[in-house]
Design a protein around this ligand. Structure first.
Ligand code: PLP
Length: 396
């Protein structure tokens, strides 16, 4: 039996580990900045073009490599490079695959810092960016120009769970010689495998579900040997947005329980989304697991679960939404997500505060919208806490 035959839960536990002569069972943390060579000739050989072997932890580190190989196996990619954050992964992607004069097409529903990175920084280096609706395959096709090099999207989107048809957009990309990068942060490989659907690159903020317990910031890019093993790695080893060995160890321990956690997050979120839909004072619930979601069928085909993020709108605008937030006692009021602890955010005044009211309106971020990242607490306790929020919102 080889690793190629293993299922996801097994890969999550077994892939990537190489034991040292000490015979340790659990993966060790290699806290070393550099590695020693056997001789001058050995040193020269390791520095040779195309050679493998450890030199320096900006380039490679055994703990980081274990995380990279494990995540690559889980995503069904040949190579992975780990980065210091999810944003560093997106920067690495841009530096590796775009140059001045190139055109990038991006979903208009992506993580806010990504839009800032593209509009304020990529543009400085002569990269042109067009934003399109993630759920309209035709819009991606119409946005293609002769200089288009890269499509970038997140699915499901944050916070409204808009679903992009990965296979459909991949066909458009490949018909025009364009690369498709999918940010798989919300689903993780436990629920969605973009490479199998045609994506060329998978991006992760490991900070979220890969860790799963809110401890470290990190990121990754997965893809082919040529794209990721050569091009993305070439930028990483030179510029240095590398992952620390300690963080890699936390993330690789996180991967071991990823499938279990994602199944539990999804089950609890589905139960709570259905419950929220029934509550007076709730205008709308955005969750792809609900049959009321306009793209429920696509999500069901493309994903093996619906994930832990729910957005919902309370009646009464910002005042009611804030009253909801302030009346809860257990859930954490924080902008992070993908944690065992349930988190609650008011997007219009936090994650989406820096865009204009008109842009917010177009993005569907209403004043009464709240985002929950459902954790692993008992759903009965979550309902009791959300009930306190709903009561306060209704009184507002
Ligand atoms: C958080 C997040 C990022 C950025 O990751 P960091 O680890 O915070 O740099 C990118 N994409 C998505 C979908 C995210 O949620």
């Amino acid at each position: 039996m080889t690793e190629d035959d293993f299922h996801l839960a097994t890969l999550a536990i077994r892939a990537g580990q190489t034991r040292t002569q000490e015979g340790e069972h659990s993966e060790p943390i290699f806290t070393t900045s550099s590695f020693v060579f056997k001789s001058a000739a050995d040193a020269a050989a390791r520095f040779a073009e195309g050679a493998t072997g450890n030199i320096y932890s900006r380039f490679t580190n055994p703990t980081v490599r274990c995380f990279e190989e494990r995540l690559a196996a889980m995503e069904g990619g040949e190579s992975c490079v780990a980065t210091s954050s999810g944003m560093a992964a997106i920067l690495t992607m841009g530096m590796a695959f775009l140059k001045a004069g190139d055109h990038l097409v991006c979903s208009e529903s992506v993580f806010g810092s990504i839009i800032t990175l593209f509009n304020r920084y990529f543009v400085k280096f002569g990269v042109e960016v067009t934003y399109v609706r993630p759920d309209d395959v035709g819009a991606w096709e119409r946005a293609v120009k002769p200089n288009t090099k890269l499509f970038f999207l997140e699915t499901p989107s944050n916070p409204l769970a808009v679903i992009a048809d990965i296979a459909g957009i991949a066909r458009v990309a490949h018909a025009h010689g364009v690369l498709l990068a999918v940010d798989n942060c919300f689903c993780t490989p436990a629920l969605q495998r973009p490479i199998a659907l045609g994506a060329d690159l998978v991006i992760h903020s490991a900070t979220k579900y890969l860790d799963g317990q809110g401890r470290c910031v990190g990121g990754a890019i997965v893809g082919s040997k040529d794209l990721v093993g050569k091009e993305a790695f070439g930028f990483l080893r030179t510029a240095g947005p590398s992952m620390s060995p300690f963080n890699a160890w936390v993330f690789l321990k996180g991967l071991e329980t990823l499938e279990l956690r994602m199944r539990a997050h999804s089950a609890a979120a589905l139960e709570l989304a259905r419950w929220l839909e029934q509550q007076p004072g709730v205008r709308r619930v955005h969750y792809a697991g609900l049959v009321s979601h306009p793209q429920h069928d696509l999500a069901e085909r493309q994903q093996s679960g619906f994930g832990g993020i729910i957005a919902f709108e309370v009646e009464g605008g910002q005042g009611a939404a804030w009253a909801f937030v302030d009346a809860t006692r257990m859930v954490s009021i924080t902008a992070n997500l993908g944690d065992v602890k349930t988190t609650l955010t008011h997007p219009a005044t936090t994650t989406h505060a820096r865009i204009t009211p008109a842009e917010r309106e177009r993005a569907g971020i209403t004043e009464g919208l709240l985002r929950l990242s459902i954790g692993l607490e008992d759903p009965r306790d979550l309902k009791a806490d959300l009930e306190r929020g709903l009561a306060a919102a209704r009184q507002f």
